[in-house]
Design a protein around this ligand. Structure first.
Ligand SMILES: Cc1cc2nc3c(=O)[nH]c(=O)nc-3n(C[C@H](O)[C@H](O)[C@H](O)COP(=O)(O)O)c2cc1C
Length: 175
């Protein structure tokens, strides 16, 4: 395999697109698009640009939901990743439906087949990586659409339809 050295400012090599939903300090439901995440057991880590509305609200309200988007939601992903909650209610703008979670003080997105209910455990910011805020959170509950579960209640992997985000700093896209 012949290779070429590249000097990109970033390389996102295919990360699942998630929609983060929360009630802001005024109690209004809002949502933002994210791709920077990983999870191990009941821990999840998210990466936010420090300036966004969502991260600054979540720092105060603590609870949020990770909603796994599928290919039916490409337009909604773009809307929630383009506008800021500072200026608008993205549930309304993207025509998404908030449903109150029973285990955290945050709304689920009805249209997403998987919802992961979370509460903030820690905020990690480093002077080495200015402008980035990492959210360490505890998973309190998980909901999966019945259509994605087999007779044993486990995930039907073949039925999952996650959207992946790629970005090399110039070329970017969803797949
Ligand atoms: C596909 C996609 C993935 C994104 N991933 C991230 C991400 O991982 N972290 C982040 O801070 N912003 C990410 N964004 C950008 C935010 O969604 C965008 O800046 C949004 O307007 C912030 O909204 P807010 O001010 O309401 O928080 C992504 C956008 C798109 C379209």
């Amino acid at each position: 395999m012949d290779k070429v050295k590249v000097d990109y400012e970033k390389m996102y090599y295919g990360f699942p697109v998630i929609l983060i939903s929360y009630y802001d300090k005024a109690g209004n439901a809002n949502v933002t698009t994210l791709s920077s995440s990983y999870t191990l057991k009941d821990m999840v880590m998210l990466g936010f640009s420090s300036k966004g509305y969502a991260i600054n609200q979540i720092k105060e309200v603590s609870d949020f939901v990770i909603n796994i988007a599928d290919h039916n939601l490409l337009e909604e992903i773009k809307i929630c990743g383009k506008y800021s909650g500072t200026d608008c209610n993205k549930f309304e703008k993207a025509n998404l439906t908030p449903i109150p979670s029973e285990v955290v003080k945050a709304p689920l997105i009805a249209e997403c087949p998987i919802n992961i209910e979370c509460t903030l455990a820690d905020i990690i910011e480093s002077s080495q990586f200015e402008g980035i805020t990492n959210v360490l959170a505890t998973i309190k509950g998980r909901l999966v659409s019945e259509t994605k579960l087999d007779e044993n209640g486990r995930m039907k992997i073949a039925e999952l339809d996650n959207v992946l985000y790629y970005n090399d700093g110039v070329n970017r896209g969803l797949k």
